[in-house]
Design a protein around this ligand. Structure first.
Ligand SMILES: [Ca+2]
Length: 490
């Protein structure tokens, strides 16, 4: 008898927890489509986030949807972040941690990816550009889209850019920036916007539900954007940020001090730390980053305009996200590859045509890993059991809701000459960022730092006089790491 009651209760609870998904998918109405827009290396450097970037299309998207002000990636590098989002598994769980994660699909052959799940549920799924790291090959999960579309383009438009490239680590690179007077569609991203828009119109006409994923690679280096986007800014307006240096206690090995990725471009000095870069170079890089943000904004605009005229706008959810943040001179460095706030925080905007509550902004702490279960719920699809993220539906229903206690990111580093591996585990709570670097073999912390982001948003000072707070956060962090490592359900 007791077992029957327990079963009835379980069924009741299950039905209750399933209701929102069924409710949101609104049976009887046309199934919802997804326009999934990924951007590479973009920190929240957008007008709608209160910065000087000129990004009118994304500002309009944010005004028609919900802007997440405290969204975090799970690892601040391309490949690892994207495989994590698309598999719904943490990098600490899968060990897929490098920028290119070659071969991840073989190692996780039976894991159902986000695109695969939508394909298996009757969606037409089209992917193009940079969704996973890379443009083609097994790493883009080509067999699990209805169609993976290859799109061409040029990295550089000016023939001089390609002369005398810098050769390093088997790669040949031109300059870190270029402002050629060329059409938008000369570069990869302009082409991706054009082809993505054409695909979108075709998909809308088909009458079948679709999941269209378009990935743009700017503002990833090199900062090559058509000149008109550079002309939106005056170079003299750009200055190095004020948050130079690192918090006391922050280990040197976790700093990304040399900005190695940037050094592969031929116009970047090979000698000297980045804080010794000439002012003109720093200004040109910051200018280039903004020009690329504006170029990306225009490319997103091409997709959004196509959606507007496609006839599918009233039943298409738009999700805009970036794979991780970036340092624009912050902490006396450049690029990503750390646990700092500016490397882990990302822009995230969700537009929902049928949920009036999806508006304004939210302070909820969320992670990119949460997108997979969210999209399942919004489209009325079952969530695969292996997913480690949390559905954002409660935040979409009430943006003032408190959602996670902390957002978790991790980043591996070599330590010292012997290159002992350590992993930086970091949680962002309502007020603080707490990071421990653990020896990868023993799990023993080798360094830790607590920063108060509310009081010190640039994250250059550390809190050392709050032992009980540090102990509490240390326990919270350990629990999170151990929980993400747990074997997944099959
Ligand atoms: Ca990236």
């Amino acid at each position: 008898m007791l077992r029957h009651h327990a079963l009835a209760l379980l069924l009741l609870v299950t039905a209750a927890t399933r209701l929102p998904a069924d409710d949101l998918a609104t049976p009887g109405k046309k199934r919802l489509n997804i326009l999934f827009i990924a951007v590479d290396d973009l920190r929240p450097e957008l007008g709608c986030y209160g910065t000087r970037a000129v990004t009118p299309h994304l500002d309009r998207l944010a005004a028609s949807g919900l802007r997440f002000d405290r969204a975090y990636c799970n690892q601040a590098v391309c490949g690892a972040s994207r495989v994590s989002l698309m598999t719904g598994l943490y990098p600490e769980h899968t060990g897929e941690r490098t920028y290119h994660v070659t071969g991840w699909r073989k190692r996780w052959a039976t894991t159902v990816t986000l695109n695969q799940h939508f394909t298996q549920n009757g969606y037409t799924t089209i992917g193009l550009g940079k969704i996973y790291h890379g443009k083609s090959g097994a790493g883009v999960d080509p067999d699990n889209w209805t169609q993976w579309v290859k799109v061409g383009g040029k990295e550089y438009g000016d023939p001089d850019s390609l002369k005398n490239p810098r050769k390093r680590n088997g790669r040949s690179r031109g300059p870190a920036t270029e402002s050629a007077d060329i059409p938008d569609t000369s570069h990869f991203d302009g082409n991706r916007a054009r082809i993505g828009a054409a695909r979108l119109k075709k998909l809308a006409k088909s009458g079948k539900p679709f999941f269209l994923a378009v990935g743009f690679t700017k503002p990833h280096l090199p900062f090559t954007a058509p000149r008109k986007y550079w002309d939106l800014y005056k170079r003299s307006q750009f200055r190095l940020p004020k948050n130079l240096g690192i918090p006391p206690g922050y280990p040197q090995f976790a700093r990304n001090r040399n900005a190695g990725e940037l050094r592969s471009y031929k116009d970047i000095p090979l000698q000297g730390t980045p804080d010794k870069f000439p002012v003109e170079l720093s200004q040109r890089l910051i200018h280039g980053y903004h020009a690329c943000a504006s170029y990306t904004d225009r490319n997103v605009g091409v997709l959004l305009e196509a959606l507007k005229t496609s006839g599918a706008a009233d039943n298409t959810i738009v999700v805009f996200w970036a794979d991780h943040g970036w340092k624009l001179g912050d902490h006396s460095s450049w690029c990503k590859h750390t646990n700092f706030e500016c490397d882990t925080r990302v822009p995230l905007i969700i537009h929902h045509p049928r949920m009036p509550s999806v508006t304004g902004n939210t302070d909820a702490l969320v992670e990119l890993i949460d997108l997979y279960p969210t999209l399942c719920d919004l489209c009325g699809l079952d969530r695969p059991k292996h997913l480690q993220g949390k559905s954002l539906v409660p935040v979409l229903k009430d943006p003032s809701t408190s959602f996670r206690r902390s957002a978790y990111s991790s980043y591996p580093h070599g330590r010292g000459r012997g290159r002992t591996r350590v992993v930086g585990h970091s949680i962002r709570t309502d007020r603080h960022r707490y990071t421990e670097w653990w020896d990868q073999k023993t799990d023993k912390p080798v360094a830790r730092v607590l920063t108060d982001i509310t009081a010190d948003p640039g994250e250059t000072t550390s809190v050392t006089d709050r032992q009980s707070l540090q102990a509490m956060l240390s326990g919270q962090l350990r629990n999170r790491v151990l929980s993400v490592r747990k074997p997944r359900a099959r």
